[in-house]
Design a protein around this ligand. Structure first.
Ligand SMILES: NC(=O)C1=CN([C@@H]2O[C@H](COP(=O)(O)OP(=O)(O)OC[C@H]3O[C@@H](n4cnc5c(N)ncnc54)[C@H](OP(=O)(O)O)[C@@H]3O)[C@@H](O)[C@H]2O)C=CC1
Ligand SMILES: CC(=O)[C@@H](O)[C@H](O)COP(=O)(O)O
Ligand SMILES: [Mn+2]
Length: 395
């Protein structure tokens, strides 16, 4: 067995964070927790701190950090930090060798980048970071000697189907196609008319996966698949023409790779994120993830469909943003975060999410993505425009 790994979990209170800690809990001989972070839910983080006893705990929200300090007053050995500065400090801190990047949305970019720059093993769940800053982040991985392992279920599946030494060399690997699977989300069979009336709780009720609210809405609009298309192109150094989205409503095949000789390799498993998380944590070894065996007799059949880009235009918008290049994917991502937030708050209808994104993409100039500062500035600009578009639709 390899040396014990010291893990920092960014976004510890979320769906991926809790699954990560569940895998860690099963292997006290292999993993220890160096730092845990959350956004604003101090009570939830305090409970995790009591169990995992990290050296440092960070709340992004400074008021929540004060609350956490109060809750941990009897644990003086746990240092409490706050804000983006605190997140970046623990992401880069010398005490850990592995960082789970599981903050939701653009807020995850700066800490993920800090972990990459510190040369860590970075377990990437936070796909938005890579969508926003693709080439820059991949360059930083290479320059800083970091190890970026995909945790998103489809990308982890593709990673498992590729030869380990040719993950970023599709030609040498003999890859013909990547078959990126999608569940189709909770509204796969709804008409365009019916999509106007769906509620946030319906959108968050994913048919197969239990996930945070933002990614659940992304799955329902198919923006998740658009973000994942971009994510796959960066991770596996390939072009969108090589990646074909297959709607597979059972979510058992997590993606496939077709090779030049006609072989198609797939990774299958129960829809439980502990499998890709355990794969990343222990890579290249295999460990128990607590996931029950797949019962193919009970599942019986697999189905496949093409995605419907008329009812779910977000997938098309993401492909267009990637084709435009530069800061376009960062604009797409920012507009999507604003639109999804407005929908979840009851201020926007589901069917208007792609409308906000398209209008924002038209209104914001796309420039070369030459630095992270440019990406952060474009993210802020696109958010302001998207908020204005939401306001116009609401009045
Ligand atoms: N859930 C899943 O199965 C999958 C998720 N992913 C990706 O993983 C990431 C996390 O998703 P998921 O776990 O579902 O999300 P959740 O909403 O469940 O969790 C988000 C985590 O991020 C924290 N957080 C929220 N806002 C901020 C902020 N501004 N600064 C710092 N921390 C913040 C939350 O803290 P708090 O609790 O205090 O709000 C929480 O710990 C996303 O990028 C998603 O796309 C990818 C594949 C599958
Ligand atoms: C678990 C995971 O990786 C999610 O990204 C999942 O893929 C969402 O399902 P959809 O296929 O519905 O987007
Ligand atoms: Mn996924």
């Amino acid at each position: 067995m390899a040396d014990k790994r010291s893990v920092t979990v960014l976004g510890a209170t979320g769906s991926i964070g809790l699954s990560t800690l569940d895998v860690i809990r099963r292997h006290p001989d292999r993993f220890e927790v160096q730092a845990l972070t959350a956004g604003s839910r101090a009570r939830e983080l305090a409970a995790l701190c009591r169990e995992f006893l990290p050296e440092v705990a960070v709340m992004a929200d400074p008021l929540a950090a004060e609350e956490l300090s109060g809750l941990l007053v009897d644990c003086p050995e746990i240092r409490v930090l706050s804000g983006e500065e605190g997140l970046c400090e623990v992401a880069a801190g010398a005490g850990s060798d592995t960082v789970m990047s599981a903050i939701v949305g653009a807020a995850g970019l700066a800490p993920t980048l800090a972990a990459v720059r510190a040369g860590k093993r970075v377990l990437l769940a936070n796909k938005e970071a890579l969508v926003m800053s693709g080439q820059l982040l991949m360059d930083a991985v290479t320059e800083c000697g970091a190890e970026l392992l995909p945790i998103d279920s489809e990308h982890n599946a593709i990673f498992q189907c590729l030869p380990a030494d040719k993950v970023r060399d599709p030609e040498a690997a003999g890859i013909k196609r990547i078959l990126l699977t999608a569940s189709g989300g909770p509204f796969r069979e709804l008409s365009a008319r019916a999509l106007r009336d769906v509620t946030p709780s319906q959108a968050c009720a994913h048919p197969n996966w239990s996930m945070g609210r933002k990614i659940s809405v992304d799955s329902a609009t198919l923006m998740n698949k658009g973000l994942e298309l971009i994510e796959a192109c960066w991770l596996f150094n390939t072009s969108p023409e090589t990646v074909e989205v297959h709607v597979h409503p059972e979510s058992i095949i997590h993606s496939m790779v077709e090779y030049a000789d006609g072989s198609v390799l797939a990774q299958l498993g129960s829809p439980d994120m502990r499998t890709p998380i355990a794969n990343g944590l222990a890579w290249p070894e295999r460990i128990d993830a607590g996931v029950p065996s797949l019962d193919l007799f009970a599942i019986g059949r697999f189905h496949f469909e093409r995605p419907d880009l008329d009812r779910f235009p977000c997938l098309r918008l993401a492909a267009e943003a990637f084709a435009r290049g530069g800061t376009a994917p960062a604009v797409l991502n920012a507009a999507n975060e604003v639109a999804v937030g407005a929908f979840l708050d009851g201020g926007l209808c589901f069917a208007d999410i792609p409308v906000i994104i398209e209008r924002t993409m038209l209104a914001v100039d796309v420039t070369p993505a030459d630095s992270f500062d440019i990406i952060f500035a474009k993210d802020a600009e696109a958010r302001a425009v998207a908020r204005e578009q939401v306001h116009r639709l609401a009045v």
